[in-house]
Write a protein of this length. Structure first.
Length: 419
């Protein structure tokens, strides 16, 4: 019988903690066998603000997933988010060491190390990912895997994602306190991208926007590789609070109204559609046109799109890409719970002037009904990321950030005495 590995994704989001258990076969195909969620109360804008509540939510979500999958979870891939995340692009250059000029794994690793040293973050920051985007052999770029090729000079362009050490340590501490080992930290939009994007999207150029409860995380791919990441501190929670203030209704009621009747564009609401709104401190509910609710949501949805558009400007300037250039030809893929707002894709397409679609988890089999919502993109993507790390070549594995995370683990050991 073919050997299978069990890999687990743990997404500690601002609104929910979610665990997805996948069985991965030798070809790297993922079969989801368990899912567990629990409300998250100890997170703000993607970072831990309450260790105890977050630890409890992790335990609950893991327990539920264990029951469904019938397995004991020991180690997890954990998603990272929050405004503290920074990213930069760095270049490494080395001379090929072998006499016959055939490039070996050692040359590639030295080259990536050179890029890492060039972008060495300050004492307070840790590298979360060091992702090679492009290898250049003797001036020829676009090389995906240079091992085995002949050349004198090897260069690499990398995308480096860093985070504040203490913020990452707090996240790891919660996971460790829930008696779980951390396989790897994975940036939220990178994980979500694994679940909702296709290789063609990445090749054509695509903007992945995971709009959750407290954050909007962006991952921008050009020419196949991730070249820009940013986490913006705004999400569905802001929409709910606008509704609560605008309609003078409790937050819980505002959330219900948003899920049942909300839309990102007021024009989605038909004339004469009515909704019932509970008043604060008053028993008698009001009847209002649905359009009023949508008119409250639309400016916030537009604000989120404005923030994304500003980031796109930065990317275009950095990579000298014209706004009419087709390099982001696959457009924007929206995921995360807020992507479920009807009309958000249409609003995004108009505002960002590019094609837009909503992406939900794909590329897996198993209990797909249980994970078939954009809410699960990150957790499913973590399992896919893990599966890819297990099946890809040793060269690629050496450069996927595991080494750097190892250092953070040692650092954590120093700080917390091992847990
Ligand atoms: N059907 C829906 N329509 C509109 N919004 C929705 C819908 N379902 C969920 N949401 C919103 O999605 C948000 C939660 O999304 P998600 O689960 O992706 O967030 P999270 O991962 O917990 O948070 P973050 O990624 O920001 O840390 C909430 O604000 C919720 O109100
Ligand atoms: Mg999320």
């Amino acid at each position: 019988m073919a050997k299978k590995r069990t890999l687990v994704g743990l997404d500690i989001g601002t609104t929910k903690v979610c665990t997805v258990v996948g069985e991965v076969d030798e070809d790297g195909d993922v079969h989801v066998v368990g899912v567990g969620s629990a409300p998250s109360r100890g997170m703000r804008k993607g970072v831990v603000v309450d260790l105890d509540s977050t630890t409890r939510a992790i335990e609950e979500a893991v327990d539920r997933a264990e029951r469904m999958a019938g397995v004991k979870i020991q180690s997890v891939y954990v998603a990272v988010s929050g405004e503290h995340i920074g990213s930069a692009n760095s270049r490494g250059v080395v001379a090929v060491s072998r006499g016959d000029r055939e490039i070996g794994e050692g040359d590639v690793n030295r080259c990536i190390e050179a890029a890492r040293i060039a972008a060495l973050p300050s004492q307070e920051r840790e590298i979360v990912h060091l992702l090679p985007r492009n290898f250049i052999v003797d001036g020829q770029d676009g090389v995906r895997n240079p091992v085995g090729m002949y050349g004198n000079r090897l260069e690499v362009e990398t995308h480096i994602v860093t985070g504040t050490s203490t913020v990452l340590a707090n996240l790891l501490k919660c996971v460790q306190r829930a008696n779980l080992e951390v396989e790897e930290l994975v940036l939220e939009p990178l994980a979500s991208g694994e679940a909702v994007l296709t290789p063609a999207d990445r090749e054509l150029g695509v903007v992945l926007a995971d709009i959750g409860g407290g954050t909007t995380s962006l991952g921008i791919y050009l020419g196949g590789g991730l070249c820009y990441t940013a986490i913006l501190p705004v999400g569905g929670h802001h929409v709910t609070s606008d509704i609560a203030v605008g309609l003078r209704t409790p937050m819980a009621e505002a959330e219900k109204l948003k899920l049942r009747h909300g839309a990102a564009m007021a024009s989605v609401a038909a004339e004469g559609e009515l909704i019932e709104v509970v008043n604060i401190g008053d028993r008698q509910p009001r009847i209002l046109p649905r359009r009023i609710l949508c008119e409250i949501i639309e400016p916030r949805a537009r604000e989120i799109m404005d923030l994304i558009r500003n980031q796109l400007r930065l990317v275009r300037a950095q990579f000298r890409v014209g706004s009419s250039s087709p390099v982001m030809a696959a457009g924007v893929v929206l995921t995360g719970g807020t992507a479920l707002l009807p009309g958000l894709d249409e609003l995004a397409a108009g505002h960002l002037e590019m094609p837009a679609r909503v992406g939900q988890p794909d590329h897996v089999s198993g209990v797909v009904d249980a994970i078939g919502s954009p809410i699960y993109s990150t957790a499913v993507g973590l399992v896919l990321h893990g599966a890819r790390a297990h099946t890809k070549s040793r060269v690629a594995r050496a450069s996927n950030g595991v080494g750097m995370f190892g250092r953070l683990r040692i650092w954590l050991g120093d700080l917390f005495g091992g847990g």
